[in-house]
Design a protein around this ligand. Sequence first.
Ligand SMILES: NC(=O)c1ccc[n+]([C@@H]2O[C@H](COP(=O)([O-])OP(=O)(O)OC[C@H]3O[C@@H](n4cnc5c(N)ncnc54)[C@H](O)[C@@H]3O)[C@@H](O)[C@H]2O)c1
Length: 365
Amino acid sequence: MKKPISVAVVGCGIGRAHVKAYLELPERFALKVICDLDQEKAKSLAAASEVPEVCSSVGELCKRPDIEVIDLCTPPHLHFEQIQEVLHAGKHVICEKPLVASLEEADLLAEVERGSGRRIIPIFQYRFGHGLQKLKRLRAAGVTGEALVSTVETAWRRRSKYYEVPWRGNWSTELGGAVLGHAIHAHDMLYYILGPAKRVFCRTATRVNPIEVEDCASASLEMRNGSLATLSVTLGSSSEITRHRFCFSGMSAESNNAPYTNSKDPWTFTGDTPGKQQEIEEALKDFVPAPESFAGQFYRLYDAIQGEGEPPVSLADAREALELVTALYYSGETGGDVSLPITPEHPRYRSWIPAAFRSPERGRE
Ligand SMILES: NC(=O)c1ccc[n+]([C@@H]2O[C@H](COP(=O)([O-])OP(=O)(O)OC[C@H]3O[C@@H](n4cnc5c(N)ncnc54)[C@H](O)[C@@H]3O)[C@@H](O)[C@H]2O)c1
């Protein structure tokens, strides 16, 4: 019999989806408090989801011995400080993307995590869709063959209303644009299947909305495994899609195009020969569907929080995603190729924000 872990959610934007997911897993999680600076939002979400308590600050939650996990769904520029506050209080922390504002901050958090005995669990809920999970299984079983070339399209639509929320659209508070805030999920899915890139070339542009950060990008990647990938990103697509297409030597894999759920079924897996098709079907015959999306991630991280095994998304995974972001932005800024890994000597290790938008205290040249 599992003992539910007591959790509090901070932030009632996307936090609403987290709340719903915890409520779907009552054997694993007991959602005790909803926290938001805006108490009206917190109270209405708590009432609608029958959560017993509300509060207005992470500090209040940190003082409560009965809360084991604090789940941060706050704006990006607050994450670095809030994650540390939670770890110092002896609690595990779940945190929305983008985790932090630089590779330096990610590395500092790794040190704090090691010393705390608690876990930092970044959110990448797209990983747990059944379509992507099936491809992961085919890859692990050696069915796919070598990766050849992949395409990832994130074509979403955001208009001026979206940017009425004051933290969006600016480098200082959103920390980046479509590459960082929107396509990061689709790019994490690419990494989840193929591993990291070793060289990237990127162009970014702001063409959809009058904002500071980019809302379009196009990139070419050479992956560490030798395959090639193309990324296309926009927030100006009238028809919204997210699409992944992977070509391997033995088969191709194509996602559905649903913009926010394309890692779910249906995916199309096409074997290069009738024999390979049979191998694919064999390998997927006993696929056991587990929960997807946020519930999928929370379901799988229960054991790690109990001290058994690794969480399904680690700080290292979030760091790799942010390393790709840093490389893409630096390529866009300089016009050249960028090689990975990005080490502390790199000019954008302390902040990926391009020089033209950076305040003087952020990062050296
Ligand atoms: N995983 C996903 O698919 C996904 C989707 C949307 C947003 N996000 C991420 O989630 C985070 C929040 O985004 P959002 O769109 O929900 O933003 P939002 O502005 O809609 O909601 C944030 C909430 O946090 C509250 N808040 C701000 N500062 C606070 C503080 N110090 N203490 C307590 N509450 C505070 C605000 O009052 C607000 O209600 C961002 O990092 C964003 O990138 C992730």
